[in-house]
Ligand binder design. Structure first.
Ligand code: FAD
Length: 475
């Protein structure tokens, strides 16, 4: 591969939030460096995309997502509190339905609390994949009594990890929850039900980042296909056969997608974290209605259904939104299927929208262990390589900060101060330590207490029977 382009200092692959943050951070520390971004799509932002009705991709953060909060503050992008429907309105979650709804809700709440406690032990340094680990399907089946509670957990496992509960082990899922905050926070983020859900305009954030970096240095429709890697530099080829020679390369695309780039020599085995391939897509939709039909019927709009797996909410008073986890090609029939499901729940008016918008993304599996060690002059970015809030917006910013610091440590180490290193590690809230008693109490659930009660009942009946037999024989 011959170099046909002038030499550059840092080439970033991917103009998602992670790649843009990396470029912004590098240039704010050293503006003389020649930095370019190669983006495969026709616009910047990746999973952060705004539309005429609002945000179609990443939209909400919680106050604990420190890094994205910090970036918005630095760039003067206002963050506002999400306005939610009044609390007296009814939600429509499949788990609440039927005779056992209250019990199912109770046992799921207990299990989520237990997973939060358990996952705190799976911080990256301590994490080891165990070969004889049980699957999450086995785990939830041993903890939950009702099928509707199990369905609820399967739905969130699919949204959070991008795989079925049968395809992910207990310790993998726990480490993902730990790396992304905790399970309650992830559920609150996906459903928009946290009492402190915050939002910002991705359009504003992206345009400010673009302005800081200089749009001239962002190459759109430049899909990187091949990297030839030497000790001190790399040659990067895109699908239009442009070749860039760069001193440092930052791969700011989700790990699963980065595996499609051909590396010469191949990425060493120790950097190839075991990965389960996600075969699912995630579609996001926004629907505008002339009126707020769900509120009129006494509903808040918060909806969770399992066939297909969908999590929906009132996005704005007249705009309804949601996420659907599905298999390939389902997005082609998404609109009629969703409108039909919404009509069944909230009434026929939901089938006649004023405007419908949708966008589909490949749902990248979040790694159990992020790859953070640079490989000579190749540095790993993207939210899947973050060490806090992995898979979230904050993770994208954190990995962007980290890859920028790694790149500067190679090219301009004198520009890096302790504040920059500190900024990467700055985690969200400090997690409280949990006592063993709390952990033990959390293990008591409807499933095992009913099994224990059943066993105790059987022992009691056998004892009574034996006593009766003894009495009739001896006396
Ligand atoms: C529908 C949806 C809703 C979400 N909601 C939230 C939310 O409410 N809160 C939250 O915290 N997080 C949310 N997320 C997650 C969050 O949006 C992402 O974690 C974050 O935006 C990822 O940023 P990134 O830069 O790591 O990756 P990406 O955004 O995926 O960016 C990677 C970029 O690299 C480009 N690329 C890929 N391969 C190549 C290649 N070979 N050559 C060149 N370019 C390439 C892609 O086109 C893309 O632009 C949501 C995600 C989705 C899909």
């Amino acid at each position: 591969m011959d170099s046909t382009q002038p030499e550059i200092d840092i080439c970033i692959v991917g103009a998602g939030l992670s790649g843009l943050t990396a470029a912004y951070k590098i240039l704010s520390k050293e503006s003389t460096l020649k930095v370019i971004i190669l983006e495969g799509g026709d616009k910047i932002g990746g999973e952060l995309q705004s539309s005429s009705l609002g945000e179609l991709g990443g939209k909400w953060i919680t106050p604990d997502q420190y890094h994205v909060y910090d970036l918005c503050r630095k760039l003067n992008v206002p963050i506002t509190r999400r306005e939610k429907p009044p609390p007296n309105l009814q939600r429509s979650w499949e788990i609440d339905r039927g005779f056992y709804g209250a019990l199912a809700r109770f046992e799921v709440q207990r299990l989520i609390g237990r997973i939060n406690l358990l996952s705190a032990q799976f911080y990256p340094g301590a994490f080891k994949l165990s070969k004889d680990d049980i699957t999450m399907e086995d785990f939830i089946s041993s903890q939950l009594l009702f099928e509707q509670s199990r369905q609820f957990m399967r739905c969130f496992i699919r949204f959070i990890a991008g795989v079925e509960a049968t395809d992910i082990s207990y310790s993998e899922f726990m480490s993902i929850c730990e790396g992304s905050g905790d399970l309650s926070e992830l559920i609150a983020l996906l459903t928009g039900t946290s009492s402190m859900t915050l939002e910002f305009s991705s359009e504003q954030l992206l345009s400010k980042l673009e302005k800081e970096i200089g749009s001239y240095y962002i190459f759109l429709k430049s899909n990187v296909t091949e990297v030839v890697h030497y000790v001190n530099y790399a040659l990067v080829r895109d699908d239009r056969n442009n070749v860039f020679r760069t001193n440092v390369l930052i791969i700011a695309v989700p790990w699963q997608i980065s595996q499609r780039i051909v590396f010469y020599p191949p990425i060493p085995q120790e950097l190839r974290t075991p990965l389960f391939e996600s075969k699912y897509m995630m579609s996001s939709f926004l629907i505008q209605y002339p009126e707020n039909h769900w509120r009129k019927k006494g509903f808040s709009g918060s909806l969770i259904l399992h066939n297909p797996h969908m999590i929906c909410y009132e996005y704005r008073p007249n705009v309804y939104g949601g996420l659907v986890a599905h298999e390939e090609d389902f997005d082609k029939i998404l609109q009629p299927v969703i409108l039909n499901r919404l009509s069944q729940v909230f009434g026929a008016e939901m089938g006649i929208p004023a405007k419908w918008l949708q966008k589909t993304w490949e749902q990248p599996a979040v790694l159990n262990l992020p790859t953070t060690t640079p490989w000579n002059h190749i540095i790993w970015g993207s939210t899947t390589a973050a060490t806090s809030y992995r898979g979230c917006l904050s993770g994208a910013v954190q990995s962007g900060y980290r890859s920028a610091v790694h790149a500067l440590l190679i090219l301009r180490p004198q520009n890096i101060g302790w504040q920059d290193i500190n900024e990467i590690g700055k985690a969200a809230a400090v997690r409280p330590r949990h006592s063993s008693l709390k952990l033990f109490l959390s293990s008591l659930n409807l499933y095992n207490t009913s099994v224990y009660a059943g066993v105790a009942g059987m022992v009691y009946v056998s004892y009574k029977l034996l006593k009766g037999v003894k009495r009739s024989y001896f006396g």
